[in-house]
Every structure is written in C-alpha cells, then in structure tokens.
Design a protein around this ligand. Structure first.
Ligand SMILES: [Zn+2]
Length: 144
C-alpha cells in the first residue's frame, strides 16, 4: 500500500490517496479532449485503492460538467485547480485523480494518451467502473 497526499494549489481541497501498488506502476492517462488538455490533466485511479477528498467549504468545490455531461470534474472554486473527476451511480461514487494535483507527480510511470471521446457513454461508464477508485469519500468541513 502506498499513501499519497494532494489537493489544489490554495489548500481548500485536500486529497488522501491509498494506492495498492508502487507509484511507478501507475501510468497517468492524459485524456485528449480539449477540456482536459487545457487543464494539463492526466488521471490515475486504482480499483483496489481508496481516495478521501476534504473540502473546507461546500462552496470551494465546483462540479463542472462538460463533454458527455455524465461525469463531474471537481475543481477548486478558489484557485481553479482540477483535482479529480467523479461519476455517481446511485450510492456509488467512482473517482479518478488528476496526477498533477498530488505531492509527487513525477514519481508515476510514463503518461499515456487516451481518447475516451471515441467511446459511447455506456462504454465510458463501464470503463470508469472497472478502472476508477470506488472506495471514495468527499468530506465537507463547513456546510453552506
Ligand atoms: Zn484551491
């Protein structure tokens, strides 16, 4: 198990990540859509890991929908850093983390480019469920 920390630039959103393998074995997936490219985002996830996100206030967490509109991009409302992407299905919250928003982004394996825009929505959801963290939690310290 590897413990990893991260979050946005200003610190309003924090991440605690547990990975089941070593950092080098994860290859951040750089999505080639315009939105992810403009954020320089490359994602990592671990079906057997866990992620806990903590936001200082409800208003710090912006949930942005784009593209197919079925996933939420989680962005800090204060500093604008894209920290993660999530997909909710009933009680289950699946999540993938922006590898550039963690404490040791250069310790991962080589990034690879993916083209999820070529998949149908159903294929995408199936892929997320297979690859993304499913042991997830979002804690809001101050609700408002
Ligand atoms: Zn921030």
């Amino acid at each position: 198990m590897t413990q990893l920390y991260g979050g946005c630039h200003c610190g309003n959103i924090k991440l605690e990540i547990t990975l089941s393998d070593t950092l080098e074995s994860y290859h951040p997936r750089a999505c080639d859509c315009d939105f992810c490219r403009s954020h320089g985002a490359a994602y990592i996830s671990d079906r057997n890991g866990a992620v806990k996100m903590t936001a200082a206030r409800e208003s710090d967490l912006r949930r942005h929908r784009q593209g197919s509109g079925i996933a939420d991009f989680l962005i800090c409302n204060n500093c604008g850093v894209l920290v993660a992407v999530s997909y909710q299905e009933e009680a289950a919250l699946y999540m993938s983390i922006n590898s550039r928003a963690v404490s040791a982004p250069d310790k991962f394996g080589d990034a690879e480019v993916t083209s999820p825009k070529q998949l149908s929505d159903a294929e995408r959801v199936q892929r997320w469920k297979e690859l993304w963290f499913s042991d997830t939690a979002i804690n809001i310290l101050q609700k408002r």
